[in-house]
Write a protein that binds this ligand. Structure first.
Ligand code: ARG
Length: 271
């Protein structure tokens, strides 16, 4: 097995200064569970310093009071080659986040498309650089019409994949891109037809099981070598190591109460 080499990335993240669980819009959220916001911030800061320690650039989006899920910055847009397809959130509780992201991207002079269709950014979109393909999830949050709109805005072919298990309500809870051509995914989060599509396109994928997905082991970010992964996902970390990746465990237990982990916190700025 040849050693994999990392490529430095640019990320957009948002400090969980106002993180709470005050509404429940996915099965992980329970408004009666106490949340330690300070601990969430500490864990998030650790993730940021781990990423920076590996040479990556982390830009910060300013958190806003009253938007407790804003920490899940992946949902605010989807970036491919300097172009950004903006988000339009499914639930009213998160809708105001979209404008904050749009402002950040426009201020930083990215080419930005304001969407007309419901879509939750990189939560439901993934980019596979080798074939230049967008993988797009639907079934819970993003409207399939948003897939077509993303393809138009970003000038890339889009493969629509149907999510069927409410625990894995965003694509990034069930599938992750590890390098230019390799993905990992949990087949049973998808319809049988979408499983067939994934098998056809990615015969060499790392296949995860239910325990891996439940530990948020697919909600990872890779720099082609290091895979930043939730500490609980030990089984998935072993599978990645067996394929030559270097798993870097980070504890995000507080944010898991909101239904998210590493990937949900990070929007990749592909420029
Ligand atoms: N509480 C948030 C929601 O349900 C969690 C979002 C997680 N983000 C993600 N990219 N999967 O919208």
């Amino acid at each position: 097995m040849t050693a994999k080499s990392a490529r430095v990335r640019q990320y957009l993240m948002c400090r969980p200064a106002y993180f709470t669980v005050e509404y429940a819009i996915n099965p992980w959220m329970d408004t009666t569970t106490p949340v330690d916001t300070e601990r969430a911030v500490d864990q998030w800061e650790n993730l940021v310093s781990v990423l920076r320690g590996h040479g990556h650039t982390v830009h910060e989006l300013r958190p806003e009071a009253g938007l407790p899920d804003m920490v899940f910055a992946a949902n605010g847009g989807f970036v491919v080659d300097d172009a950004v397809y903006g988000a339009k959130f499914r639930f009213p509780q998160r809708q105001a986040e979209a404008a904050a992201h749009e402002k950040w991207y426009r201020d930083a002079e990215w080419t930005f498309t304001t969407p007309t269709e419901t879509n939750e950014g990189e939560g439901d979109f993934a980019y596979v650089p080798g074939p230049g393909l967008i993988l797009a999830g639907y079934g819970f949050r993003t409207d399939p019409r948003g897939h077509a709109e993303a393809g138009e805005s970003l000038k890339r072919p889009v493969i629509s994949l149907k999510l069927t298990d409410p625990r894995f309500y965003h694509l990034d809870t069930a599938l992750t891109v590890l390098d230019d051509d390799t993905i990992a995914y949990y087949p049973h989060a998808f319809s049988l037809s979408s499983q067939a599509v994934l098998r056809q396109l990615f015969p060499d994928a790392v296949v995860a099981d239910e325990a891996d997905a439940m530990a948020f082991g697919l909600n990872t970010v890779s720099d082609d070598r290091h895979v930043y992964i939730n500490t609980e996902a030990t089984g998935m970390a072993d599978k990645l190591a067996a394929r030559g990746y270097e798993p870097i465990a980070v504890d995000l237990s507080e944010l898991k109460k909101g239904g998210g982990s590493v990937k949900c916190c990070i929007a990749e700025l592909r420029g």
